[in-house]
Ligand binder design. Structure first.
Ligand code: NAD
Length: 368
């Protein structure tokens, strides 16, 4: 399939997302066009990215003065300590604002590297080369940088847009199915919040995406997801209003991840999948979402065998922590919890501020 491009338009910068098969060998040429004064490159690599992919990128940037740093990317190293170490390495090598930092990895690595790029000399160039489905359909777009703190997930961060995003679908070949499911969570989110037609398309093609057995379908799903997110980011880059709808399922989801102490017990995408189902069910029980649409969502989870039971991961003993983390979610502005809900597939609304007890009562019915 031919490569496709989407331009993300923001106040200060427009930048391309390039999506296609076997396009990483063009990285060097794309940098020459996009950042003509770039001399030095630091390529930060997730250590799980296959050697073949790494070699492709390294070969294509061989004419630059390059520095390679491998990180064992996971939520536990997604902290300010890692950012600080990276900053020191770049300062030691005298990187300046025209030089470039490339993230070759998933959402964890991308978020860390983007924040680093933003902080070095108040902003050096940044290119995101996402290597997980989740990062290709979501985290690489829109300029949110971030790291975790002991108080919760992604509580430290900035908005900093990349110079470009290069999404090569071949990098997904080595991704475990569990990670494909995680990426699917965000694709599904985009459909549930804004595009019912896309949801119907996912009903037909979801399995092909998760099993990675049709490259045309995968590229289409990535393209469509990026387009939806780019549209939202264009209207509300810094999450003052509209962009908040992207947090559908995430207030629950982030609390699940934090309660599990960012361990292997449950990862980001699984947490988001559970979180979206909770948000949908909460809306249904409060007569906001009609049973017809709620049933379609439930059925989709069941057909694709997506995580759908919080009790598979948590017990009643975890309830206090879950609520506590929901309360410390960064989108909150007062002591009450506000949720993004859906009133039908493709249409969101913001809940009023909810008392803890309301959410406690709801979650109590889901845990044993
Ligand atoms: N900035 C944003 O707007 C935004 C949006 C959504 C999520 N996020 C963040 O993204 C993170 C989740 O991203 P993720 O799901 O990509 O997780 P991740 O970066 O942890 O990657 C998942 C796993 O896949 C491995 N991996 C990466 N590329 C691979 C490849 N090609 N082959 C084999 N293994 C590979 C990683 O090492 C890791 O073990 C979370 O920290 C979340 O907060 C950010």
């Amino acid at each position: 399939m031919k490569e496709s491009r989407i331009i993300v338009k923001t106040k200060n910068k427009n930048y391309p997302i390039i999506i296609g098969e076997n396009i990483l060998s063009k990285t060097g040429n794309l940098i020459n066009t996009q950042i003509p004064n770039c001399k030095k490159i630091a390529l930060i690599i997730d250590s799980r990215v296959p050697k073949k992919i790494l070699v492709q990128v390294k070969n294509s940037i061989k004419n630059f003065n390059s520095l390679y740093i491998k990180l064992n990317a996971n939520e536990k190293i997604k902290n300010f300590g890692t950012v600080s170490k990276l900053i020191n390495k770049l300062l030691k090598k005298k990187f300046n604002r025209n030089d470039c930092l490339i993230a070759l990895g998933g959402g964890v690595l991308g978020d860390i590297v983007a924040l680093t790029a933003n902080l070095v000399k108040r902003g050096i160039k940044f290119i995101n080369v996402p290597t997980t489905l989740l990062s290709q359909v979501d985290s690489s777009i829109g300029g949110k940088t971030g790291v975790n703190s002991g108080y919760g997930k992604n509580l430290i961060g900035t908005f900093y847009q990349p110079e470009m995003v290069i999404s090569d679908t071949t990098v997904l070949n080595s991704l475990p199915k569990k990670e494909m499911v995680c990426g699917y969570a965000e694709i599904l989110k985009h459909a549930l919040i804004l595009d019912k037609k896309f949801f119907f398309w996912l009903q037909k093609n979801g399995e092909k995406i998760i099993n990675l057995n049709n490259k045309i379908v995968i590229q289409k799903a990535i393209h469509k997801s990026c387009k939806i997110k780019a549209r939202i980011v264009k209207k509300d880059e810094t999450e003052k209003d509209l962009r908040m709808i992207l947090n559908f399922g995430h207030t629950f989801g982030h609390a699940f991840e934090a309660t599990a102490n960012f361990s292997n017990k449950i990862n980001h995408g699984e947490s988001v999948l559970l979180g979206m189902l909770c948000a949908a069910e909460f809306a249904f029980r409060n007569k906001i979402l009609k049973s017809k649409d709620f049933n379609l969502i439930k059925e989709h989870y069941s057909v694709l065998n997506l995580p759908n039971k919080i009790s598979d991961y948590f017990t009643k003993k975890d309830l206090k922590n879950i609520i506590q983390f929901m309360k410390s979610d960064k989108k909150k502005t007062d002591s009450k919890i506000k949720l993004i809900l859906i009133s039908k597939i493709g249409k969101t609304l913001k809940s009023r501020g909810l008392r803890d007890s309301i959410l406690k009562n709801y979650l109590n019915t889901k845990l044993f």
